[in-house]
Design a protein around this ligand. Structure first.
Ligand code: FAD
Length: 531
């Protein structure tokens, strides 16, 4: 039997690409297969926080909090262009489930578990100080607040893309729109996978002595077609966010709250010049690709936000869009949704086929550590002699090591507006300089095509040249980030299509098809807001 690779990874979410980057950089011949585009699943439906998870302290998951805080520091270091500190405020109200003393104790423990961190330690505020920090807060019954720092990855999509690019640069093959249909095994050993290239509809077999099922909430679906009797490892819960306009005058401080109606924790987070509000936590057994927000979830998020920011007076008309994802949690039927651990589990299916693994659970925050643990196991299994894991030290491709040099070089290009230069820095980090080079060769490519995100024409071409997209939706929603603008990129669509026709070589028919496809994809983010 031919061996094509040492390792095949199923799934191009944060965990799959993280494993691919680590494995390839340690010399493993690695192939990643993703059924859609990169970041097609839960990763982009998250709250986009790189956080210790204060809530897990209540469940005595000190190990998970410690690991998460450690990883937060690592990501601030290796991806400073994508992951940035954010201040959070926990308002404390009379009658709340968690009083000032308990919250202060939790804050001390959180600080202690993140010793050596780069962000400031927590502070406790009186009611007046809390209002000075965050003026829109409801003052009725306000006793005070705690303030602390965590981190935010505004564009989780870019974190996935950059990990995939780093994996590719280290020698991995990354195939998007490649759906794994069968796990190939015999005599209790894994042999490889059968997948369909969804662009050509061709089926193909690939062989490797290790296969990792990193398909997030799809893990059981990948297993069910291949393992009899079916294994039920996942107990997914769905979570919805709404995106609304920023409250005028609100500083860049997030709010971590206890919901009035049921005491559940939820966030109101300044994000992408808007507010990201979430989330819910409801058991979900359906197809993760078809999960949508329900009216009850939207109402819950609106009314809880109006309770804490009474002058916001939000209603459905204020919602720019909403999104829903499924947490790939381990199956724990007897536990309440919020009590299920967010720790990851690596399951070796040795009774089915040695060398076949599934990744269950985990957080966006801890993906790098998960990838290291998974790659260590693959290396031990293959008795591979390679370098030790370097992903905690090696910066991601766009990491800005010398910020003033990058800013100076960008500023020297007056073909790009100051707003667009800032946007380029926030989305691509030091790789913004490659986009600037495109503009220098053709100044028209410096034109803004989106009034919200300040995206320029050159980015569409850059994406097709360097960042592995297939469809226009891949470019707008998961590369340039136009698609996360308040209008979901609708106003930029004609110009983006025009650039693809003239510079990428699309026919008129292809452009029409791409437009239809894009509108269908964003329809899911703005649909069903009826009641
Ligand atoms: C509402 C919500 C909020 C969250 N907030 C946070 C947060 O703030 N911070 C945090 O740290 N974590 C958060 N999380 C958790 C975090 O988002 C997830 O744990 C993480 O993104 C999971 O990544 P993944 O790669 O395992 O899964 P995914 O991102 O879902 O990736 C799996 C991929 O596998 C692909 N796939 C599936 N089947 C196949 C197949 N047959 N062949 C090929 N490919 C396949 C899918 O298309 C998908 O792209 C949140 C989760 C949710 C739902």
């Amino acid at each position: 039997m031919n061996i094509d690779f040492d390792l095949i990874i199923i799934g191009g979410g944060i965990n799959g690409v993280g494993i691919a980057r680590d494995a390839a950089s340690r010399g493993l011949r690695t192939c990643l297969l993703e059924q859609g585009d990169l970041c097609n699943g839960t990763t982009r439906w998250s709250s986009r926080l790189i956080h210790g998870g204060l809530r897990y302290l209540e469940h005595a998951e000190l190990g998970l909090v410690y690991e998460s805080l450690h990883e937060r520091e690592t990501l601030l270091k290796i991806a400073p262009h994508l992951v940035q500190p954010i201040k959070l405020l926990i308002p404390i109200y009379s009658g709340g489930r968690r009083g000032k003393l308990l919250i202060n104790a939790g804050m001390w423990l959180y600080d202690l578990l993140s010793l050596g961190k780069s962000v400031p330690r927590h502070e406790m505020f009186t009611a007046q100080e809390a209002l000075d920090e965050l003026p829109p807060l409801n003052r009725d019954g306000l006793l005070g607040a705690a303030a602390y720092f965590d981190a935010q990855v505004t564009f989780a999509e870019r974190l996935v893309v950059e990990n995939a690019l780093a994996a590719q640069a280290a020698g991995a093959q990354v195939h998007t729109y490649s759906r794994v249909d069968r796990i190939l095994y015999g005599a209790r050993r894994i042999r490889g996978v059968r997948y369909t290239d969804l662009r050509s509809d061709q089926q193909c077999d690939l062989f490797a002595p290790v296969v990792v099922n990193a398909s997030g909430p799809w893990v059981d679906r990948v297993l069910e077609k291949n393992v009899k009797p079916p294994l039920r490892l996942m107990g997914g819960t769905k979570g919805t966010h709404i995106v609304v306009p920023a409250i005028p005058g609100q500083p860049r401080i997030a709010c971590y709250l206890e919901a009035e109606s049921d005491g559940r924790p939820f966030f109101i987070i300044p994000w992408n010049d808007m507010l990201l509000i979430g989330t819910t936590d409801i058991r979900f057994d359906g197809n993760p690709g078809e999960v949508v927000a329900e009216d009850g979830e939207i109402n819950y998020l609106l009314s809880e936000t109006n309770h804490v920011f009474p002058d916001a007076n939000l209603n459905r008309k204020n919602i720019h869009y909403h999104y829903t994802g499924v947490r790939p949690l381990p199956r724990k039927e007897k536990k309440a949704e919020g009590d299920v651990t967010r720790r990851h589990i690596i399951k070796h299916h040795r009774r089915v086929a040695r060398g076949f693994y599934s990744v269950i659970g985990g957080k966006l925050t801890t993906y790098r550590n998960l990838a290291e643990e998974m790659t260590d196991r693959v290396i031990r299994r293959l008795r591979h002699k390679g370098p030790k894991c370097q992903t905690a030290n090696d910066p991601l491709p766009g990491a800005v090591i010398n910020i003033s040099r990058v800013v100076d070089e960008l500023d020297a290009c007056d073909l790009i507006s100051p707003e667009s230069r800032l946007h380029l820095l926030n989305v691509y980090g030091s790789r913004a300089l490659l986009i600037k080079e495109l503009v220098i060769t053709d100044p028209r490519l410096g034109d803004e095509i989106c009034p919200y995100s300040h995206t320029i024409a050159a980015e569409i071409i850059f994406a097709y040249q360097h960042e592995l997209p297939t469809t226009l939706a891949d470019v707008l929603l998961r590369r340039t980030m136009i698609g996360l603008s308040p209008d979901l990129g609708r106003s930029a669509l004609p110009k983006a299509l025009d650039i693809a026709r003239h510079h990428v070589g699309w026919s008129a028919a292809r452009a029409d098809e791409e437009e239809r496809r894009y509108l269908r994809e964003i329809g899911r983010l703005s649909g069903r807001l009826t009641a």
